[in-house]
Design a protein around this ligand. Structure first.
Ligand code: ZN
Ligand code: CU
Length: 496
């Protein structure tokens, strides 16, 4: 019996490479794409055998007429470390067409972490103490493999986790030589067990006092394992340019592939600086592997911290562990309600989270259009009232930035969220529609696709996504998750 799992017929293929679209049919068997053929064919080759199309049977046929079929999107900047266990369907991501998430960004990763004391910001973004149960990457990987989610996950090792456990919570200084050696050991072990690299969150208390030498020493461990270095830089506001230079220096001296996370110009007085930073990045790219990601919004979101409040035009407080029934509200109004100054409020309700309106559209347009900028949501799934980027990022880039604003073609937009990301992060056989590649696919309506999540209603799924397939299994269809958990743990391997 010549029977295969899926035929996706009559779709418009945008294959992830950035090349022009074409019409074709796709055959999936198991977790792989096994054939791509156009309607002029009467027979096809599968594994060196010629089959008459008329003799073939498919268990399922999906009609993709006038729809785009593209590789599943890769969210290169997430904090889904814990979310994959909390909501295994990962609806916030698969509803957007995302099939792979890179977790462990901004210096914080659930693994490896062997520490029971109090944790500094921004570690609480990962969840409460019960979440910190993975002393090594192996235990994290095992738990995921026991109860996988609908998406694939890849894990960076957070610099702040290394610091906090090795320095025993004493993070307001640079690490000693001994401590750096211990951190290197833990990092190396993490890479051996499947972590894909190192991330930093140098703008936060947990790592702000780490000098550049500490980062370079740690980043040097990566080379042997083809690991990647991603960085939430020391400063994204007044010292943005200095921070970009620091990042270029780290990448160069440690000789590692580097990604600047969620590149932005924060604070009104720093608007326009992307002209300079992108020029620096473009120059550096000629000599070293340097990339960047961004999300398509002009507000950021993280923990409520004084130095972030100071530079924002407007701040929405979204959660607080101290105020259980906190309604999302403007920080000025909240301070009035609590009859205190803003500084006092920040202390009083900590740990808490906020959305900061502090970027300019022109910078965002420039950064997102930059050649090779990848898309990463930076969504915070633990927030009750999250930033809309958690549910909206990918359809927003396709619907608003590509279709409506025409900043780049749909082919280019998809490249930024598929093959560019797969090759940068070393995800083998992902990010392209190609024979022999994993069947991670999205079928969507190019005329309808758009984000619907807003600052007021952030949990609203996007429009226009028809079907999402991960590792050859349908994970999202008819506007809901199928609760099929076909995700795998991805270890970085080879790089271009
Ligand atoms: Zn960050
Ligand atoms: Cu982040």
């Amino acid at each position: 019996m010549n029977e295969f799992d899926y035929l996706i017929k009559n779709g418009i293929i945008i294959d992830g490479s950035g090349n022009d679209r074409y019409e074709a049919n796709i055959v999936i068997n198991g977790n792989k794409i096994i054939s791509i053929f156009d309607n002029s064919k009467t027979s096809i080759y599968i594994k060196n055998k010629n089959y008459n199309l008329a003799d073939l049977n498919f268990k399922n046929v999906i009609d993709a007429t006038s729809k785009i079929v593209s590789p599943g999107f890769i969210d290169v900047h997430t904090h889904d470390d814990q979310n994959i266990f909390v909501d295994r369907s990962m609806s916030c991501k698969i509803s957007q067409g995302v099939t792979t998430c890179i977790a462990g960004n901004c210096g914080i990763s659930l693994a490896p972490f062997d520490f029971s004391g109090n944790v500094p910001a921004p570690i609480p973004l990962l969840g409460d103490k019960n979440a910190y149960r993975f002393p090594n990457v192996k235990s994290y990987k095992n738990e995921f493999q026991k109860q996988p989610s609908s998406i694939n996950i890849s894990l960076l090792t957070g610099h702040s986790m290394l610091r906090v456990q090795v320095m025993n919570g004493e993070i307001n200084r640079g690490a000693t030589k001994d401590e750096i050696n211990k951190m290197k050991e833990i990092l190396e072990n993490a890479l051996i067990e499947g972590s894909i690299g190192l991330s930093t969150g140098l703008a936060y208390p947990a790592a702000n006092d780490a000098p550049i030498e500490e980062i370079i020493e740690l980043a040097k461990v990566l080379k042997k394992y083809n690991g990647i270095f991603t960085t939430h830089m020391r400063n994204e506001g007044d010292n943005l340019v200095e921070s970009v230079n620091e990042t270029i220096k780290i990448g160069k001296l440690a000789d590692v592939r580097t990604v600047i996370s969620h590149h932005k110009c924060a604070g009104r007085s720093n608007w326009g600086k992307s002209k300079e930073t992108l020029k620096l990045i473009k120059e550096a790219k000629k000599k070293q592997h340097l990339d960047l990601d961004c999300y398509p919004y002009t507000a950021s979101s993280t923990m409520l911290l004084k130095h972030f409040v100071e530079r924002a035009d407007k701040v929405l407080v979204t959660w607080s562990d101290k105020v259980a029934d906190l309604e999302v509200s403007d920080i000025d109004k909240l301070a009035k309600k609590f009859k205190c100054t803003i500084d006092e409020l920040v202390e009083k309700i900590y740990p808490a989270g906020a959305i900061y309106f502090q970027m300019d559209d022109e910078d965002l347009n420039r950064i997102i259009s930059f050649d090779g900028t990848m898309i990463g949501s930076d969504g915070l799934p633990g927030d009750k009232h999250p930033h809309p980027r958690l549910w909206g990022t990918f359809p927003r880039v396709l619907g608003k930035y590509s279709r409506e604003m025409k900043l780049f073609s749909l082919e280019e937009a998809i490249y930024k969220m598929t093959f560019k990301s797969a090759k940068t992060f070393g995800l083998e056989k992902r990010g392209l529609i190609k024979k022999g590649y994993f069947a991670d696919l999205v079928i969507f309506d190019p005329k309808k696709i758009i984000d619907k999540a807003t600052y007021e209603k952030p949990l609203t799924p996007a429009l226009g996504i028809d079907t999402v397939i991960n590792n050859g299994q349908i994970v999202w269809q008819s506007k809901k998750p199928t609760n099929i958990y076909s995700g795998v743990f991805l270890e970085g391997k080879s790089f271009s």
